[in-house]
Design a protein around this ligand. Structure first.
Ligand code: FAD
Length: 329
């Protein structure tokens, strides 16, 4: 059989993050086109029963690397284990989720293996000569570039909420194998002592289907209450522009845009956000953008699918009330 396709999964507290299922499913589609196997690797600190679920999404083999050193992400620990395994199984392609961890991990792995890497891809194709073509936005999303690799394995990270996850098929299963590790805590130069979370646990913006985002037009942090209410009603989460984050109204983890998070929700509601190019860079792959702004000439309206010109402090409460009526029906 030809070289397998390899997927690096990401789990938090024993639960796979949503994009992992999307990446495994895309890995299956790529493996099918190349007529080869799909192998996944999961690094975890405790026995991970859910690992075998990946078989339902199309994995042929599920490798599990289990050790106390994986309680928290460490660059050296993850890089060493993954590069060792990649050298052993010699895959044709390596796919992983484009997340905050990936931004640290993927370039390290690619550099150690001396291979090419295309990050934050939004589409993968297979060329006539059987190579992966990785499509990713460039220049703040103004163009989509197609990349072909000179090296094997071809390494790509995939943006959340873009690739569809297969329906889990319980009749499909994978061989689950535990990996014998050649690494211990003494091999790590850095140790994570404590993680301080600044915000209440909420769904990561990159995985959210609905985002209600507020900018400088919100005027003060207290006013975000109306966005929280609307987001809760819709089952979404609140995001922010950099202006709001720089003003100290919202935590940095809420920032969307070029220097914040790239999001791809089904619905993005931008409230009091002008639509600067750096903000648009983070929302271009949203399926539907709704803008609420009192300035009819704000650039956000050029990108919005629906626009409401008006004072957000009047529009949002009305919208929330109307939605409540619809939802209650
Ligand atoms: P503004 O541009 O001030 O817009 C506020 C909007 O609110 C206006 O359009 C106004 O009409 C509207 N408004 C005011 N009151 C009301 C009301 N009552 N009702 C309705 N509408 C109202 N920005 C990001 O967002 N994310 C990034 O990641 C990012 N990265 C950057 C990186 C670099 C290198 C640089 C140089 C800039 C970056 N920026 C980023 C900043 C970006 O250029 C803008 O300054 C920022 O996005 C503006 O935020 P804003 O739209 O909230 O504020």
């Amino acid at each position: 059989m030809s070289k397998p396709v390899f997927v690096i999964t990401e789990q938090r507290d024993g639960v796979f993050i949503k994009v992992t299922y999307e990446v495994v499913s895309e890995g299956r589609r790529i493996a099918d086109q190349l007529q080869t196997e799909l192998i996944t690797i999961t690094l975890c600190s405790e026995v991970l029963d859910i690992a075998e679920q990946l078989g339902n999404y199309g994995a042929d083999k599920v490798l599990v690397a289990e050790s106390d050193i994986f309680i928290n992400y460490t660059a050296e620990g993850y890089t060493k284990v993954i590069t060792d395994i990649v050298r052993q199984i010699d895959p044709v392609g390596i796919l992983l989720p484009a997340t905050a961890i990936d931004k640290d991990l993927a370039p390290r792995v690619a550099a150690k293996l001396d291979i090419g890497l295309a990050t934050d891809c939004i589409r993968l194709l297979i060329s006539e000569n059987g190579k992966i073509i990785a499509c990713r936005p460039m220049y703040a999303g103004k163009i989509i570039a197609d990349y072909e690799f000179d090296s094997i394995p071809q390494m790509v990270s995939l943006r959340s909420n873009i690739f569809f996850a297969n329906e889990p098929d319980p009749s499909k299963s994978a061989i689950v194998e535990k990996i014998n590790l050649t690494i211990s805590s003494s091999d790590l130069k850095t140790v994570v002592k404590k993680i301080v979370t600044t915000t209440a646990a909420k769904m990561d913006l990159t995985e959210a289907d609905i985002i209600v985002s507020g900018g400088r037009g919100m005027k003060c942090p207290e006013n975000y209450k109306i966005l929280e209410e609307l987001a809760e009603l819709l089952g979404g989460v609140v995001g922010a522009s950099r202006a709001a984050v720089d003003a100290g109204w919202r935590p940095h983890s809420d920032q969307i845009g070029q220097t914040g998070k790239t999001v791809s929700p089904k619905l993005y509601i931008a409230c009091g956000i002008s639509g600067a190019i750096q903000h648009l860079a983070g929302i271009r792959s949203s399926k539907c953008i709704v803008a609420i702004n009192k300035d009819a000439t704000a650039p956000i309206f050029e990108k919005a699918d629906y626009g409401i010109v008006g004072d957000l402090f009047e529009v949002i409460p009305q919208l929330t009330e109307e939605l409540k009526k619809v939802i209650e029906k």
